[in-house]
Design a protein around this ligand. Structure first.
Ligand code: TXA
Ligand code: MG
Length: 323
């Protein structure tokens, strides 16, 4: 359901302790009242997600962020700097949590992940409900994240009480996660639409990547499993211009539109001109589409060079290709 009726119904269900699938500018989320433990438990059950993987809490603004965190002066300054320049948007911050955040949400950590989303429907649901909303991506655990209401309906189906349809998500990949617990050494735990270069400019200091950081460790970034975001079909990755010769049961994904369309098998491209934001926007939707095609046995996909949004695309593709 869309429009004002949909928002009111979503808010009412959330207030009564139900889960609701909601659109955001990154991917669809499966939301519940973050301060209601039984509602939060349902998120884990519906997704089949292990309880050790903490959730992101969505909120409306900086003052809500302060209510859920307990910060020293340096952390407070860093939060204000980043929030004022990057929120609302596709950036999640990890900071020390306030006691009111249930341990179930943070998987017993002393930190909480918070994000102020930009999608107008999601913001209206936050406003109308007056709640903090815990929301992971609205996919079965380990599968490709949903970027349309239809992806949610097909993959969570009747396990999800209500889906608010907000059209196709703009960014198409999940938010960047930035660990700001030590503001002197901010670390990107998951690359996303807000790139490292932008964060370095905003914070005016070097920002590390999880992999290059001092704590490259799943205990810091619990959800960053080797294998994740995976289609059911076998996925292999290839440098641009190096896709192997296809056969009739292989789907091939180019980043930009190939010059020669008369190739056997199935040919797809993520962007006419190879624009990487467009590639990210279309990536999960195309994987959902090809994964649903009975005649396709394997998917071959080009992978972009690193840098900016390409870091997020490379991260999702490489996890999706792991068996
Ligand atoms: O774009 C997004 O972030 C979407 C939309 C719905 O907002 N949400 C999303 O949630 O991608 P999810 O649960 O699929 O991914 C959240 C990631 C997980 O890898 C989780 O482990 C990590 O955030 N996370 C949550 N709390 C954390 C914490 N306190 N410390 C470190 N990582 C945390
Ligand atoms: Mg997810």
């Amino acid at each position: 359901m869309t429009g004002i009726t949909g928002i009111k119904e979503a808010a009412r269900l959330l207030q009564s302790g139900s889960c609701v699938a909601v659109p955001t500018e990154t991917v669809y989320g499966l939301a519940a009242n973050a301060l209601n433990e039984s509602a939060v438990r349902d998120i884990f059950t519906i997704k089949g997600r292990p309880l050790i993987d903490p959730l992101i809490v969505h909120l409306l603004d900086l003052s809500a962020a302060k209510a859920l965190t307990e910060l020293d002066q340096e952390q407070q300054k860093a939060l204000e700097l980043v929030a004022n320049q990057c929120w609302p948007g596709a950036l999640t911050l990890v900071l020390p949590k306030a006691p009111q955040v249930p341990d179930l949400v943070t998987a017993n950590r002393d930190s909480v992940a918070i994000r102020c989303p930009a999608h107008p429907l999601m913001r209206q649901v936050l406003e109308e409900s007056g709640l903090f909303l815990a929301a992971p991506s609205a996919n079965p655990f380990g599968y490709v994240s949903p970027t349309t209401a239809d992806h949610v309906a097909r993959n969570l189906g009747d396990r999800c009480p209500y889906i608010l349809d907000g059209g196709q998500c703009e960014a198409g990949v999940e938010s960047t996660i930035l660990d700001l617990r030590d503001p002197k050494e901010p670390i990107i735990l998951r690359p996303g639409p807000v790139g490292r270069e932008e964060l370095q400019r905003v914070l005016d200091r070097p920002v590390l990547d999880m992999k290059s950081g001092p704590q490259s460790d799943v205990s810091v970034a619990p959800g960053q499993l080797e294998r994740h975001y995976s289609p059911r079909k076998h996925l292999s990755l290839h440098p641009v211009g190096e896709l192997p010769k296809p056969n009739g049961t292989t789907a091939q994904i180019f980043l930009a539109r190939p010059k020669d369309h008369l190739m056997p098998g199935q040919t797809y491209w993520l962007s006419e001109q190879g624009n990487l934001s467009e590639v990210a926007h279309n990536l999960f939707a195309l994987l959902h589409k090809i994964d649903a095609q009975g005649e396709v046995e394997a998917i071959q996909c080009e992978i972009p060079e690193a840098g900016g949004i390409a870091d997020a695309i490379r991260d999702r593709l490489s996890r999706a290709s792991k068996r």
